[in-house]
Design a protein around this ligand. Structure first.
Ligand code: DX5
Ligand code: ZN
Length: 225
């Protein structure tokens, strides 16, 4: 069954010179999405554990840390120590995903696996019961402001079906190109957790946009029941 809709604004679209102000502009967020990129797994380099720790000091919402790094095992503990509440790691980057997920949970955080647009959902079949969250990328990771890849609607539905077949119920999060134009369709396909960077921060009132996105998604989830 789909969980209630949660909106996870991505601080990749924030003004880092004014990070505290821009965290206040998303104070109604359900989760705070922090994109960790290492310049190897993605062609971009972003936030380290110091930024996660800084967010922890000024945010009350759980921190949703998306690790786009090669060899995540080498650095996961830095982010757990910094206060990450949810850590998602790319299946493409993890050699021993089961062990990595178990480690995150042993440390008391929620654990999720991420799939790039070209990675099939079947790859997660045997680990789905251990996951708190599956994050499906709906753009190729690296940058905000890209367009949602249309084939992802069917992929979200395939993941929802797979979860039902194996009796698992992780949150299904979608990341990339989410806006008020497509969030209802993404929710109707089976997602319940929505990352939005540019859609939230480009809005005149980011908190109002979060509320609008949440309502659109929640209405679609209820209509699909
Ligand atoms: C992209 C990041 C996303 C990004 C989404 O690699 O993982 O979290 O911030 O930005 P938008 O919502 O602008 O596509
Ligand atoms: Zn992300």
């Amino acid at each position: 069954m789909q969980h209630r809709a949660l909106i996870s604004p991505s601080i990749l679209s924030a003004d880092i010179a004014n990070l505290e102000r821009d965290l206040t502009r998303i104070s109604s967020a359900d989760l705070i999405h922090i994109d960790v990129m290492d310049g190897h797994f993605t062609g971009n380099l972003t936030f380290g554990p110091n930024v996660v720790a800084a967010c922890k000091r000024v945010c009350t919402a759980p921190l949703d840390v998306h690790m786009m790094v090669t060899n995540p095992d080498a650095t996961i503990d830095w982010y757990l120590d910094a206060g990450a509440d949810i850590i998602t790691v790319h299946a493409e980057a993890s050699t021993h995903l089961h062990r990595t997920i178990a480690h995150i949970k042993e440390r008391g955080a929620q654990a999720g696996a991420v799939l790039n647009p070209a990675t099939p959902v079947g790859l997660l079949e045997d680990i789905l019961p251990d996951l708190d969250m599956v994050l499906l990328m709906s753009v190729n990771p690296g940058f905000g402001g890209q367009s949602f890849i249309e084939g992802c609607y069917a992929k979200i539905a395939r993941l929802r079906e797979l979860c039902e077949r194996v009796g698992a119920n992780p949150r299904i999060e979608v990341d990339g190109g989410i806006s008020e134009k497509n969030i209802a369709k993404v929710a109707a396909a089976g997602a319940d957790t929505f990352v939005a960077g540019s859609a939230v921060y480009n809005a005149e009132d980011p908190n109002a946009m979060i509320a609008r996105l949440r309502t659109l998604a929640q209405n679609a989830i209820e209509a699909a029941r």
